[in-house]
Design a protein around this ligand. Structure first.
Ligand code: RIB
Ligand code: CA
Length: 320
């Protein structure tokens, strides 16, 4: 199978970290060109530190980390520390990772890499506020035509919001960036709360991952357990929704998901509904339908993918 060239833009963040662990474990399928980080769940220095720490635990210091934009394009920052803990990595013990971040800014890396790569070669997975990506597209708008596609965790339609009544966090945290990215014209797969709420970290699924026993699997189990014990996700038996890892799971096994073409626009003017995603399935002559919206997910299949990838990576380490 040809390895997909991938850049992950993220704000780790408990579920971003699980997404990174899954991507790091899928070395045979994903050619990770770099991890770019952005201010979001927690402040930018912490999201960059956390990406480096996950990289260290996963043993993937071959993948560079690039720190990016510390704040949204125009609105005031809004963090989500209450979902991710003070460190941004839940109950994990954190330290300063040995390997530093790259000196290049995330936006410079995105612009340079997309300019140098063949057209259609690179996929972007975005699991935080889209500030870095939108800034890169502002500097070089033609880059939208050079991307293979963007897979985004963000938005909500039938599920309502998780940070306000009508907005999901990633879009609400930088709505102007999100609108710019969705309007840029490159193919987008948008996996919002309508889909991620169908993928739940129920206790037996966490236990199956913990049983693998590797440092990466133990860290993933700890991160999932932390989310599931949050009051916002009670009762624990129902499990916390698994948001960001669905982007990587879609890249690895798209057959686990159901998507529908839509026209998607982001509310950027109303303080009441700022960051709302208007997902329109009805075709209109003036509205491009280049976004595919996630409507269905096989939760059991996603967790078996996560478990099996972590187990295989643990085996790989054990025999080397
Ligand atoms: O709404 C879920 C999203 O917001 C996830 O990306 C999570 O990490 C938070 O950033
Ligand atoms: Ca995130």
């Amino acid at each position: 199978m040809e390895r997909r060239k991938l850049i992950i833009d993220c704000d780790p963040g408990v579920d971003d970290a699980v997404a990174l662990f899954l991507a790091f474990a899928a070395r045979d399928a994903l050619d990770l060109l770099g991890i770019t980080t952005v201010g979001g769940n927690v402040a930018a220095p912490l999201t960059a530190r956390n990406a480096r720490l996950v990289r260290e635990i996963a043993g993937r210091e071959d993948v560079p980390v690039f720190a990016g934009c510390p704040r949204p394009m125009s609105r005031a920052p809004v963090e989500a520390g209450h979902f991710h803990g003070e460190s941004g990595l839940g109950a994990l013990t954190v330290h300063e990772p040995a390997a530093a971040a790259a000196a290049e800014h995330a936006v410079e890396f995105l612009v340079r890499t997309l300019r140098e790569a063949p057209v259609g070669a690179i996929t972007l997975a975005v699991t935080g506020p889209m500030t870095n990506v939108a800034t890169a597209l502002t500097i070089a708008p033609h880059l939208a035509g050079r991307l293979r596609e963007i897979v985004v965790m963000g938005g909500a339609r039938s599920e309502g919001g998780n940070i306000t009544a009508s907005a999901e966090y990633n879009i609400h945290a930088d709505p102007h960036a999100a609108q710019l990215v969705f309007a840029a014209g490159c193919p987008v797969v948008a996996l919002g709360l309508d889909l991620t709420h169908q993928v739940r970290s129920i206790p037996r699924r966490i236990d199956a991952i913990r049983a693998i026993g590797s440092p990466a699997a133990q860290a993933v189990a700890s991160l999932l357990e932390f989310s599931s014990r949050l009051p916002a996700h009670a009762p624990r038996e129902h499990g916390a929704p698994l948001h960001d890892p669905c982007t990587i799971a879609w890249l690895l096994q798209p057959q686990l998901f159901e998507l529908r073409p839509c026209h998607l626009e982001v509310e950027t003017g109303s303080p009441l509904t700022l960051g709302h995603t208007a997902v329109e399935f009805r075709a209109r002559p003036d509205a491009p339908m280049h976004v595919r919206w996630g409507v269905g997910a096989d939760g059991e299949g996603v967790f078996e993918l996560l478990r099996s990838r972590l187990a295989a990576a643990a085996e790989e380490v054990a025999v080397t």
